[in-house]
Write a protein that binds this ligand. Structure first.
Ligand code: SAM
Length: 245
């Protein structure tokens, strides 16, 4: 599901009063006072300058949920632009309301499927950091192919990451954590780095819940130190992937 269609029409947030952002530059739409972005086309790469009205450092959270992390991280880093990618309308609307309440100019939400977004939408080499926090764990073995951080992920991530860009990951699921470490730890061009202390301090909604219940959580970060965008695409370099993790 791409999700864009439900941002328009009666059930969505894009209503007739939508203001066109830089229509002359082929931009998408951003409702006045709202923080959800719907591009003019879901089949062309996004232009962050159109989305944010400036060209700066860009960080993207995949599966941003209710947006608590993104909004707080954006509040602490006003010089950076932040996009939350989330497929559920109810959740992305919460991000919208939180960003609106704080009047954050550097936050946008996109209702779209995360892998699609990585593969086809963000500009190649244009993202300084990817945040993936508590992605759906798909604990049953036969469902693990649905995990976002799978053997295809390093190739997709390296396509959009700028040189020296980071992937920050957190999960409560031991098996998924092992899979994250396996796929990124063995991917050409990625090297493990310390998660910055200031970043680790900002907890997500799910993390807060786990902390409250005394459930242990894990985090790890990797830096893209490879060459060309997409170079870490092991699936295309080595043929069909073997069984993942
Ligand atoms: C367990 S929640 C975690 C939310 C948030 N990151 C946090 O830590 O509080 C996972 C979120 O990812 C979203 N999600 C799952 N798979 C997705 C996908 N393929 N594309 C976009 N969003 C996805 C879900 O709708 C949900 O909001």
């Amino acid at each position: 599901m791409l999700g864009g269609e439900e941002l328009s029409g009666n059930g969505g947030v894009t209503e007739p009063s939508v203001a066109t952002v830089s229509a002359s530059r082929g931009g998408g739409t951003l409702q006045p006072g709202k923080w959800l972005y719907r591009p003019a086309s879901w089949f062309e790469r996004l232009n962050p300058e159109v989305i944010f009205g400036r060209l700066g450092r860009l960080e993207v959270e995949l599966g941003s949920g209710d947006g608590s992390f993104l909004v707080e991280w954006a509040r602490r880093n006003p010089g950076t632009d932040f996009a939350g990618v989330e497929r559920l309308l109810g959740r992305i609307r919460k991000l919208d309301r939180k960003a609106q309440r704080l009047g954050l100019a550097n936050v946008r939400g996109l209702r779209i499927e995360a892998s699609y977004c990585l593969e086809y939408l963000w500009p190649l080499g244009g993202v300084a950091a990817l945040h993936v926090y508590f992605p759906d764990p798909w604990p049953k073995r036969r469902h693990r192919k649905n995990r976002l951080v799978n053997e295809r992920f390093p190739g997709l991530a390296s396509g959009v990451l700028a040189p020296g860009g980071d992937v920050h990951l957190r999960t409560d699921d031991d098996d998924y954590f092992a899979q994250m470490r396996n796929v990124l730890g063995s991917a050409p061009g990625f090297t493990e780095v310390e998660t910055p202390v200031g970043l680790a301090e900002v907890v997500t909604d799910f993390e807060r819940e786990f902390n409250k219940r005394g459930v242990a959580t894990h985090r790890v970060s990797y830096r893209w130190v490879g060459g060309n965008p997409g170079e870490s695409d092991q699936t295309s370099m080595t043929g069909p992937p073997g069984p993942c993790c």
